[in-house]
Design a protein around this ligand. Sequence first.
Ligand code: GAP
Length: 526
Amino acid sequence: MSKEIPMETLASLCKRRGFIFQSSELYGGINGFWDYGPLGCELKRNIREAWWKAVVRNREDVVGLDASIIMHPAIWKASGHADGFADPMVDCRVCRKRFRADQLCEEQGLELIKNGSAFVLPEGAQCPACGAKHLTEPRSFNLMFKTFVGPVEDESNAAWLRPETAQAIFAQFNNIVATARQQIPFGVAQMGKSFRNEINPRNYTFRSREFEQMELEYFIRPDEAIELICGRVTTLADHPDLAGEPQESWGWEVWHRYWVEQRLTWYRAIGLPDADLEQYWQVGDELAHYARACVDIEYAFPFGVQELEGIAARSDFDLRQHQTHSGRPMDVFDEALKQAAAKLDDAARDSFTQKVVTEWTARGKSADDAQAFVTMLFAGKYVPHVIEPSAGTDRLALALLCNAYDEETLTDDKGKTDTRTVLRFHPAIAPIKLGVFPLVKNKPELYAKAREIFARLQRRWNCFWDESGAIGRRYRRMDEAGTPWCATIDFQTLEDGTVTLRDRDSMTQVRLSVAELIEKLDNEIG
Ligand code: GAP
């Protein structure tokens, strides 16, 4: 169920508290670009850290990559982005505003007509800004930002800012295989900036022109190789235990579902409620021609249920494209496969080959390609297939902010009511983990003790020192920043070393020693 927070209210809190600022605000701003302030950049760091921990550090089968943003333009030719990464765009002939044709139609309950690779506007489409029905026919607009490498601005020096982080993983695949000491199945993860010249950036930071992605390319054996090695391929119909250890016999369908479950588990673990997470499984011609399945993990934003992450089973398309365009082989050698194939007699080989040819031709592929593929398999080689979970860091930051936002009405002993604004972040995500307050600042001994405790805790977590104003006001400031706990150092601290720990959500207070406080935070932050 989507939360009913006006986005202006959230944006105003984000600005007031230093989460998100409009980029270049000093000069009137620049559409589709955002800056993360002191709290926002901690929030994003925590998101990246949590993703890296779940996807890379806590596993033995995923390694990382940190590639350059500008790469050889041939990469975008091979990936299809140079020719096909475009949105249909229309202009209003009256007010001269520009829109994405598919979004404009969707908002008006119409469907954009596909005519081969071109698009046609349906009857009745009108300009969302001025209402005129004088729109141009849709034209393709490539979303990549172009630049020039070196001093000469001609086509031979043209390059693009990457529109996704994924392609570098494919382009560096051979180097990673040669150095990472990993065997298929294994994954390569990368996070970083991506750039898309979106026609209509909108919904606050949701659709931006500069944003961050967290992408994993998880390479698996083709099902045919698994069949040779294991004798059969486990499919979803076998009800595999997706929460258990991955199995050698898992086919692409099981690996794909496994990653959907892994990613949903992670979103829940960082505080997004199950009720606000949805799955949208692409069907028919929504799927790219090479993709076997694609699911969007969506979140119920205040402006509607929208994509957080796409998880696609992309077959061997990407590595094959780079193999064709670079002329360099992208296959791997698999000893287990070589040994399994060596055990087959001629009749078994013929029957396996025939089976693969029949399956491939039924999927519209050529018999020659199937034959060549099987010949490679018998030699223990194949181009790996890939499952791609691809998430947006900024979209997730926005989802976490929307989810955390709460306004609570409090009534005091005298019946007076007051509204408390609080960001209920999961402790692992919260930008500041602990507010540390001296009860008073004019008692040198108490103040020094508080500084000593702060210095000790600050080494472990991002803590915030606040000595100004009444304790109640300091709590409220921390509530708006989403800080899960506040520790107050008072006169009793000087006697027995305990502090008062106040919980953001329940507002209850307990007395703990500093050692107990550290243990509690360690357990809850994770
Ligand atoms: N490599 C696959 C890929 O890039 P995508 O669905 O285009 O797939 C993946 O992008 C994720 O990146 C999206 O689910 C979204 O979270 C994020 N993303 C894409 N475009 C974005 C934009 N303009 N602004 C913010 N995030 C975006």
